[in-house]
Design a protein around this ligand. Sequence first.
Ligand SMILES: NC(=O)c1ccc[n+]([C@@H]2O[C@H](COP(=O)([O-])OP(=O)(O)OC[C@H]3O[C@@H](n4cnc5c(N)ncnc54)[C@H](OP(=O)(O)O)[C@@H]3O)[C@@H](O)[C@H]2O)c1
Length: 239
Amino acid sequence: MSARFEGRVVLVAGGTGGLGRAASSAFLDEGADVAVTYRNQPEWEAFQNSASANAVRLQGHEVDVTDEAAVTRVVEKILLKHDRLDAMVNAVGAYAGGLKLWEMETKVFEQMLHLNLRSGYVLSRAAVRAMLRQGRGAIVNVAAKAAFDHAAGASAYAASKAAAVAMLDALAADVKGSGVRVNTILPSIIDTEANRKAMPKADFSKWPKPQDIARVILFLCSDDAKVIHGAAIPVYGDS
Ligand SMILES: NC(=O)c1ccc[n+]([C@@H]2O[C@H](COP(=O)([O-])OP(=O)(O)OC[C@H]3O[C@@H](n4cnc5c(N)ncnc54)[C@H](OP(=O)(O)O)[C@@H]3O)[C@@H](O)[C@H]2O)c1
């Protein structure tokens, strides 16, 4: 086990989801103390059990990450326990597609903005304050290729992810020179269990694995990436 993150404290929002779980596991494997947010208790318990010996460095917080007061409390709890927050990864998000703009229900548009944009807003606000006080830290927000590649039937999703990229880009400008780095990654389709179930006839071989994308997330949160700030990095391989 490499100990690149030993003594470091990382918050992974959506840390029990398809990509978030791969990132949380990789951080644990590399020695970090990891706090994950979750909503689904059985998913959290399954993840905690799978962490085996690493579970002593894992904590879970059941929270809706669009609730600003609740997220602020989570960050306060992390700081109370560890007195530092080295990285925050936002892997919360949702997809809706297949309907044209005028066919889609407006509540779906609002849901996309909530989960893909407000989540990053709330989490970044809470994390960046602690990081600015420390004079160091890394934020990685998970957007999507759709932020730039605006397909038919994906108006709400594409708009929410594009806005998230813009927001993180502006945040990167806000914190320039502070020691805090802010970046975005742009996955296309990921080889998750949920995607395999939804598209059983697809060729999975070209879909990037969550573990491969997690490696990029860890790199961005590591000191090796100290010169990367304000980037939106494609992580879609050949897909
Ligand atoms: N999968 C893909 O092909 C793909 C492609 C491009 C971009 N992305 C982006 O990559 C990120 C991760 O995707 P994924 O496939 O890992 O998704 P996922 O498996 O659905 O995981 C998302 C996680 O976020 C949690 N979550 C959702 N709403 C929340 C809220 N309000 N508060 C707290 N937690 C909440 C979910 O918890 P619950 O299960 O309890 O709801 C879940 O654990 C997302 O931003 C997604 O848009 C994914």
